[in-house]
Design a protein around this ligand. Sequence first.
Ligand code: NAP
Ligand code: COA
Length: 281
Amino acid sequence: MAAPVDTTTVFLPDTLKGKVAFVTGGGSGICKGIAEALLKHGAKVVIASRSLDRVTKAAEEMAKSTGGECFAVSADVRKPEDVEKAVAQAVEKFGGIDILVNGAAGNFLVPAENMSYNAFRTVIEIDLIGTFNVSKACFPHLKKSKGTILNISATLHYNGTPLQSHASSAKAGVDTLTKVFALEWGPYGIRVNSIAPGPISETAGIERLLPKEYAKGYIRAVPLQRLGSIRDIEHMAVFLASPSGNWISGSNFVVDGGSWLTGNSFQYPDSIERMRKMAKL
Ligand code: NAP
Ligand code: COA
């Protein structure tokens, strides 16, 4: 069952007025949704990814749809020099950074025995090292603003997800960074949390990771009996970025319809074989 169209507005439109957000991966999918939600609630938003074309188009589109100010910058989160430059551009444009969303990520299905050394390293570099790089570059600005970080994690590593050894390991590291940053930077007034989405319909993640045939069986193992929507994740991001989250730090919020409770263990080990067949691996 697809996620229902959800037009609910939960927060006041000026909830994030005066705030500036820096969103990596904000040109597509879940993080574009988060960027748009931050704009709708009054924040100015900078979106960053490798493709300047993608973020520029997304920024224009979202500025139009929300009436907010959205600025696009290009950066590969694996490259500290790119990241430093993008953060400097953001600060020059909007005067500071209050909210950092670390959403840039890469993932694809591949059995560990067939995964190249470089494939494993690539995903670790984007998801985990990228999260470190961008957080470190934004730190002086977040310290000044007593700002907040939202890391976009996953539930892959709770049980370990077959065919995603790279991303499972990377997101485990991301959750660790959430805790360590919360400990180290809490005394400066910086709150650090993560959101762990379950499978979200109409995203690159779901297209790459959940073959259509396999999805039917998967949904039966989601207690709420549906995939998530981008909107489901946006609400959590606005909640955590707003004063509603003022005493929340070092926490991870699972938004997955309860599916982490059934996890990837359903029908193990046949599920791995079926997934491999359906994904033609
Ligand atoms: P997506 O649309 O593919 O978003 C990933 C974004 O990351 C893209 O905009 C991409 O833009 C950017 N990116 C990739 N490599 C980068 C790099 N080296 N430097 C800078 N930016 C880079 O995927 P999504 O499915 O919405 O996923 C968004 C986030 O949610 C990810 O953190 C993912 O792990 C997490 N998540 C997704 C799901 C799901 O069901 N979709 C479930 C759990 C967690 P460029 O190509 O322009 O760089
Ligand atoms: N299966 C197996 N290996 C794969 C693969 C796949 N589907 N896709 C890439 N790889 C391997 C490549 O072969 C390469 O290894 P090699 O040098 O040993 O051959 C390595 O991974 C790096 O690939 P490359 O295409 O050079 O990396 P990139 O930096 O250009 O792109 C990716 C990064 C691979 C993560 C790319 O899929 C991407 O840009 N993803 C962003 C979108 C995304 O993944 N969204 C979902 C988020 S949940």
